[in-house]
Design a protein around this ligand. Structure first.
Ligand code: GLN
Length: 215
């Protein structure tokens, strides 16, 4: 297993599909050395990994064809720090609602997510969020066909919520309080339903790089 090289840990970005370049740029600004990961050998070299946004069903299929599914599950099970944004959050979830039946999960996060959850009301929206653990004011969050966390296990810390866009169709849970969970942390696994890589604000990536250093 790789070791954090001093203060500048090596953080991989899963580079099968999605917003890879944006995460690489933000990780570099946040104090990491960022490398794309496409093969199991590359995965074994990193101290932490970002799973970017994109399309979780496509990424699940590509993980299988690139023979990364099992190696990735194993490293996450071993405690590899991982940050999933949007589709990445979906991949990390224990269970997905409104997914495809053949969609594979990496695990690591004891949450149930609903895929394309906001899509019934709005496809994309932007909002300023209070984000626990991120100092310096609200984080501007861009949601693109985003999931939300419908249920979070006892070991999961809720870092950010967003006002529910309207009455939901009968599903009880966090939405009853008029809010939806959109950022969580469980140990060194971090996930956001939104895309902090595209706003020019690297504070969420800094938080993740800090988790990688601590691991
Ligand atoms: N809706 C996509 C999915 O199901 C996620 C969208 C995104 O990553 N921006 O994977």
């Amino acid at each position: 297993m790789a070791r954090a090289s001093g203060a500048r840990p090596v953080v991989g970005v899963l580079a099968l599909q999605g917003a890879v370049r944006e995460h690489v740029a933000m990780l570099e600004r946040a104090g990491a050395r960022a490398v794309p990961v496409r093969r199991a050998a590359e995965l074994s070299e990193v101290d932490g990994l970002v799973l970017p946004g994109g399309e979780s069903t496509t990424m699940s299929r590509l993980l299988e064809s690139f023979a990364l599914l099992e190696p990735l599950r194993a490293r996450i099970g071993d405690g590899l720090p991982v940050f999933g944004s949007c589709a990445g959050m979906i991949l990390l979830a224990r269970q997905v609602l409104d997914g495809r039946p053949d969609q594979q999960q990496l695990g690591g996060l004891d949450v149930v997510v609903r895929r394309n959850a906001f899509g019934r009301q709005v496809d994309s929206f932007e909002v300023d969020l209070d984000f626990a653990g991120v100092a310096g004011g609200p984080v501007h969050a861009v949601f693109i066909r985003a999931p939300w966390v419908e249920k979070a296990g006892a070991g999961v810390e809720v870092l950010a919520t967003v006002a529910s866009p309207g009455p939901q169709d009968g599903d009880p849970g966090p939405g009853d309080a008029g809010t939806r969970i959109v950022a969580v942390r469980q140990g060194s696994v971090l996930a956001t339903a939104f895309h902090p890589e595209i706003t020019g604000d690297e504070r969420v990536h800094r938080l993740f790089v800090e988790l990688v250093r601590e691991a």
